[in-house]
Ligand binder design. Structure first.
Ligand code: GLU
Length: 310
């Protein structure tokens, strides 16, 4: 290992060590019963550079469900197939400042969800995907961008979400009654639950973060994987809304466009074409990974990754 490699490896291990000391500050999600079975001690981080180097510490190959990180993939698919105009006629681009599953704002903004990265906005976004095989297309996109052919549906989490997702069901029917959601609400919900229940790893998500950080191009093969305008839109929304009602504080402290999910993952598209993903299922009160945030704050400071810092 050369000096750079050694230093990066050491940083990741230090970050994990530091994060481990904070895991008592939160809890594993339990509102989806299947998620409550996750081991709270799981913790890992993976960094992928545009040169194709991969650095990892901790649990980077344990599969966990993508949950809200999947909202970025739904948005890519909706923009690719339904287009910008149609999608953003159903969902806004504003940070909500409310929790991920909030419904209070719907009535306050003509029933248009604030953004595609919270539940109501994601359900509206899923309805904008124009495809005869939306789940297959979604899974294919996740597999390609994560470089992980093993990404697949967790039937257990999917069934658990579908059985208990009454709040999301309420959101979908509200959206339908107010004409934001066209089509069949149950079909859209079924897709949404499936999208949330796809198993990924920190390693796969780090590659996805790296592709986003390189504006949609795989820097190793030179292949364009996602349209540049779509990536620009997704990354901007990640910075503004990717960490639910903690997005502002996260942007000030850490300053890297990121998206979290209640499965414990956070994906980040950092400066210099670097992708980072963390996994730690212990969540804080806002629904973000406690360990992941500690790791990202440490790396942002040590590697100078804050986007508004030279
Ligand atoms: N499946 C979760 C839900 O809809 C996703 C929430 C999240 O990761 O924030 O409740």
């Amino acid at each position: 290992m050369n000096k750079m490699t050694n230093e990066m490896q050491q940083l990741l291990e230090e970050a994990c060590e530091l994060a481990r000391g904070h895991l008592g500050e939160g809890r594993v999600a339990s509102y989806i019963p299947e998620l409550a079975k996750t081991n709270p001690a799981n913790l890992g981080v993976c960094v992928m550079t545009k040169e194709g180097e991969c650095f990892q510490a901790g649990d980077t190959e344990i599969p966990f469900t993508i949950q809200s990180i999947g909202k970025t993939f739904s948005l890519i698919l909706a923009l690719e197939t339904g287009g910008f105009e149609e999608t953003f006629s159903k969902v806004g681009m504003e940070p909500s400042g409310d929790s991920f599953d909030s419904i209070i704002q719907l009535e306050m903004k003509n029933w248009t969800p604030y953004n595609p990265l919270i539940n109501c906005g994601a359900i509206a976004t899923v309805s904008c995907i124009r495809s005869k095989t939306p789940f297959e297309d979604y899974l294919d996109l996740v597999r390609r961008l994560c470089g992980d052919p093993k990404a697949r549906l967790s039937e257990k989490v999917y069934n658990s979400e579908k059985r208990t997702g009454d709040r999301n069901r309420a959101i979908a029917y509200l959206l339908k009654s107010d004409k934001i959601l066209g089509g069949d609400a149950e079909e859209v919900l079924d897709l949404y639950f499936r999208f949330c229940s796809v198993l990924v790893t920190a390693k796969g998500l780090a590659r996805y973060g790296m592709i986003l950080a390189n504006d949609g191009v795989d820097p190793i093969s030179g292949e364009r994987m996602v349209d540049a305008r779509i990536v620009k839109t997704v990354k901007t929304l990640m910075l503004l809304c990717g960490m639910y009602d903690e997005s502002g504080e996260f942007a000030v402290k850490i300053g890297i466009p990121s998206k979290s999910g209640v499965g414990g993952g956070i994906v980040s598209a950092a400066k210099c074409g670097m992708g980072i993903a963390t996994y730690g299922p212990v969540l804080n009160a806002k629904g973000n990974s406690v360990g992941g945030e500690v790791i990202l704050e440490y790396l942002s400071e040590k590697l100078g990754l804050h986007m508004f810092q030279g």
